[in-house]
Ligand binder design. Sequence first.
Ligand SMILES: Cc1cc2nc3c(=O)[nH]c(=O)nc-3n(C[C@H](O)[C@H](O)[C@H](O)COP(=O)(O)O)c2cc1C
Length: 175
Amino acid sequence: MSAQPNVLVVYFSRTGMTRRIAELLASEIGADIEPIRQQGKHPARAGVRGYVRSLIEALGQRQVKVMPATHDVSAYDVVVVGSPVWASHASAPALAWLKENGGQVRRLALFCTLGGHGGQPALEQMARTGGKSPLACCEITAYDLRRRIDGTKRQEFGKRIRHRLSTFQQTERML
Ligand SMILES: Cc1cc2nc3c(=O)[nH]c(=O)nc-3n(C[C@H](O)[C@H](O)[C@H](O)COP(=O)(O)O)c2cc1C
């Protein structure tokens, strides 16, 4: 295994929390980073209308279109995808990105940010949509941020990714 795995962090964020976690994680593990952008006219997600639009998309499992990835996702050892939790679902843009790009991703890791409930089903939905069993998953809640334990959770997540990747690569070399 190379000393420093080649990692890409991809995220969608409506109000900045997932972006903040993605940026900190990427800088801590030395990863490249890419935001998920919707295609065409960006539906306004700010304010009450944006909240309701996002909620309807999540509950109705509505498909949205996202811009093609700017990085070559197949060139990375691991792609980490982050999303906010919307009504115990993953965000529609993160799901659209996983549907488009999951097939090219070699290994997947997932994280979500949330108020406090519904992280597990959202992560499971992301894994199903990406078509891969994730190396590692992480939930960062508003409580974690208040208690300032999000840094510890990010570091543990980064360690789990590196450890699982190393195990996979050793097994692959033996085959
Ligand atoms: C439409 C909508 C639904 C949400 N549903 C949940 C939920 O089911 N559980 C939860 O803990 N937080 C929920 N939240 C809160 C967000 O997951 C949380 O604030 C997240 O960190 C926002 O990330 P962002 O700033 O990157 O958009 C919801 C937010 C929105 C906009």
